[in-house]
Design a protein around this ligand. Sequence first.
Ligand code: SAM
Length: 196
Amino acid sequence: MHEYDLIADWYSSERIDQIGIPETVMLLSSIPPGSRILDIGCGNGIPITRALVRAGHTVIGLDSSSAMLERFRDNRPETPIVRGVVQACPFANRIFDAAVAWGVMFHLSRENQIQAIASVSRVLKMVAPFLFTSGDADDFEGKEGVMNGVTFRYFSFSIENYRRILGDQGFTLTDVHKDNGGNTYYVATKTFEGYG
Ligand SMILES: C[S@@+](CC[C@H](N)C(=O)[O-])C[C@H]1O[C@@H](n2cnc3c(N)ncnc32)[C@H](O)[C@@H]1O
């Protein structure tokens, strides 16, 4: 999607909160120090990538927006980044110990979300956790929302549908909860190789 190229400066000035950090810290408590983590839709690298790196992990950022990645490069010059889409993770099989996708999944259509979950499963090692945010009710048409004058669409599955789709792709959904801002957090563990 190109919409984030249009709002990259505005997004950086707005994303000064710590939303998602408690859940990220919780995820970190379940993996050993020095783990290799994929930060999907890493944006400008603040605050999620920064928290992962500060905790002593090796992080690779993946994002589809060149403008967001330019800001990332300014904020985190030493952290490797790759421009690409989560539906087709440009990495070898089973190389990551964990993956985080804050604020990404709900931008993808139903088909693309299924592809994304399959693709993340492919690049994760067994027992690796996957934390992502989305909605919690089926919305396949996509609700419209506007950020700094740019229109975005937001899609979601229900929790039960996410559980089923995750299960089809080798994950077991282990936790679902909401934060005060209405973000729903899904924590899944890769428990077997998915069906692709
Ligand atoms: C709401 S921002 C979240 C950024 C960051 N995770 C944070 O916590 O602020 C969503 C990010 O996902 C990226 N994105 C959107 N669709 C994507 C896709 N299909 N694959 C990878 N990144 C994507 C956008 O470019 C944007 O940087």
